[in-house]
Write a protein that binds this ligand. Structure first.
Ligand code: AMP
Length: 217
């Protein structure tokens, strides 16, 4: 039986940056995923398919073998915290995961004195781990978006969110106060596929690595 691979990608900026990289690695979808509402795409490689799913679902698809490879942000991987291989840092969608707070609080605030915090975030596990490691008690409020609103309406004192240019924080009178992690997107792989589909996995990973080196030169 010929081996086949499924690669999971997510919509948005990761897709926009990953498609050119895959194309440089010789993998091109037959339809444009940015224009189509399809979820599964055949590619010019008869044995490689793409599935386009929500970013937070990519690690789940890869961990459980519904996809052999995937591209996911380090933020999503840290929050998922599952059993999969992180194969290549693609350097895509770079940003940082930060604790932020209102500028007027930051003016007289020292994180070294934090003992109890109320945090709004979609990164519940990451936030819990980060503050627990510092011995800080937290009440974590799970939100699915617009974290920046939480301190403005008294829902939480602080937020944990991704920051790129800092424009969103500035527009909401928030400032970065603690750095949790530098974030970029990674190529990840299913652990069983790495063994059972060794040849096709290795050749595909090598093609992506070569394309990545060429773009970084
Ligand atoms: P910025 O205003 O450029 O600092 O971007 C911050 C907003 O964009 C926040 O709402 C973030 O959640 C989101 N964001 C920034 N970088 C990324 C990324 N690499 N992936 C997903 N969302 C991001």
């Amino acid at each position: 039986m010929t081996e086949s691979l499924t690669i999971a990608l997510s919509k948005g900026r990761i897709l926009d940056d990953t498609l050119p990289l895959l194309a440089a690695a010789g993998i091109e979808p037959l339809d444009d995923p940015r224009k189509s509402r399809k979820l599964i795409f055949d590619t010019n490689q008869p044995n490689i398919k793409l599935v386009i799913i929500r970013a937070a679902d990519v690690p789940t698809f890869v961990e459980f073998g519904a996809a052999d490879l995937g591209v996911a942000g380090k933020d999503v991987l840290m929050e998922h915290d599952g059993d999969l291989f992180e194969l290549l840092d693609l350097g895509i969608a770079r940003c940082r995961l930060m604790v932020a707070e209102p500028a007027d609080i930051a003016a007289n605030d020292d994180p070294a004195n934090w003992s109890r915090l109320r945090i709004a975030t979609k990164y519940v596990k990451i936030a819990r781990r980060f503050f627990a490691a510092k011995g800080i008690q937290t009440e974590i409020i799970k939100l699915y978006g617009s974290m920046e609103l939480a301190p403005l309406v008294g829902l939480a004192d602080r937020i944990v969110d991704l920051v790129d240019t800092g424009n969103t924080l500035r527009a909401n009178n928030l400032v970065e106060i603690e750095h949790i992690a530098d974030i970029s997107s990674w190529l990840v792989g299913n652990t069983a596929s790495m063994k059972l589909k060794h040849e096709l996995m290795q050749s595909t990973i090598a093609a992506v690595a070569t394309a990545l080196e060429a773009t970084n030169e």
